[in-house]
Design a protein around this ligand. Structure first.
Ligand SMILES: CC(C)c1onc(-c2c(Cl)cccc2Cl)c1COc1ccc(-c2ccc3nc(C(=O)O)ccc3c2)cc1
Length: 229
């Protein structure tokens, strides 16, 4: 029931998702043995910076993205970066990462100066993503749908983004039927996670503000994508 175009789209998006990952030499730093709040914050900053670079490369492989208006491309990346990183870090925390990475990443997030009021919804989200047992294709498509959200701030040509997103939504709907035939509501549950991501994105803006108050420094790339400093 997949058209040839849909099969091509699935392959391009999955290959790009597999290709663009945080390099091992970066993620293995999570295993070093300093666990101070400061050290954890610095390591998470490094992970986020590397993740943004990976996200930009992945996004450039989304069919049709580079044909969008240039300023809209930037608006889509800035508007979706945090949500895409919640999805990626959720995948990392829920999959069996290389030995010990999962616990270490979780530990460092818990002890990086994030206030308890944000930790709770954050880890509820991680748990709800884990319970979905998404296959890799579904994770790649859900990340793509998040990036191709037409109603981000400053997007001028929303219909152009809508057309791209609709193709990926249709593909994800079919993938859900294929991989989760017993759960007719599975696709709806996945889209429900996108709503939760928006809420987390609002929490994240407050997290950044509280980190800034304790004059934590971010990298130039993060300052640019999150409009901080
Ligand atoms: C600037 C820092 C402090 C920050 O601000 N908000 C968040 C933040 C937070 Cl704290 C939570 C969610 C979203 C954001 Cl932006 C962060 C840290 O963001 C991260 C982004 C990605 C990863 C990440 C993603 C994939 C990984 N894959 C592996 C692997 O082996 O495959 C290993 C480690 C990984 C780490 C970890 C933290």
């Amino acid at each position: 029931e997949f058209t040839t175009e849909q099969q091509a789209l699935m392959r391009v998006i999955t290959d790009a998702y597999n290709k663009h990952q945080i390099p091992q030499d970066v993620t293995k730093k999570l295993l070093q043995d300093q666990y101070s709040t400061e050290e954890n914050f610095l390591l998470l900053t490094e992970m986020a910076t590397s993740q943004v670079q990976v996200l930009v490369e992945f996004t450039k492989n989304i069919p049709g993205f580079l044909s969008l208006d240039r300023e809209d491309q930037i608006a889509l990346l800035k508007g979706s970066a945090v949500e895409a990183m919640f999805l990626r870090s959720a995948q990392a925390l829920n999959k069996k990462m290389p030995i010990g990475h999962t616990e270490v990443l979780e530990e460092r997030i818990h002890k990086s100066g994030i206030s308890e009021e944000f930790i709770k919804p954050m880890f509820n989200f991680y748990k709800s993503i884990g319970e979905l047992h998404m296959v890799l294709e579904e994770q790649a498509l859900l990340t793509t749908i998040t990036i191709l959200t037409p109603d981000r701030p400053y997007v001028k040509d929303q219909p152009a983004v809508e057309r791209l997103q609709e193709n990926v939504l249709d593909l994800l709907r079919k993938m859900c039927v294929l991989h989760h035939p017993q759960e007719p509501q599975y696709f709806a549950r996945l889209l429900g996670r996108l709503t939760e991501l928006r809420t987390l994105s609002h929490y994240h803006a407050e997290m950044l503000a509280s980190w800034k108050v304790n004059n934590h420094k971010f990298t130039p790339l993060l300052c640019e994508i999150w409009d901080v400093q």
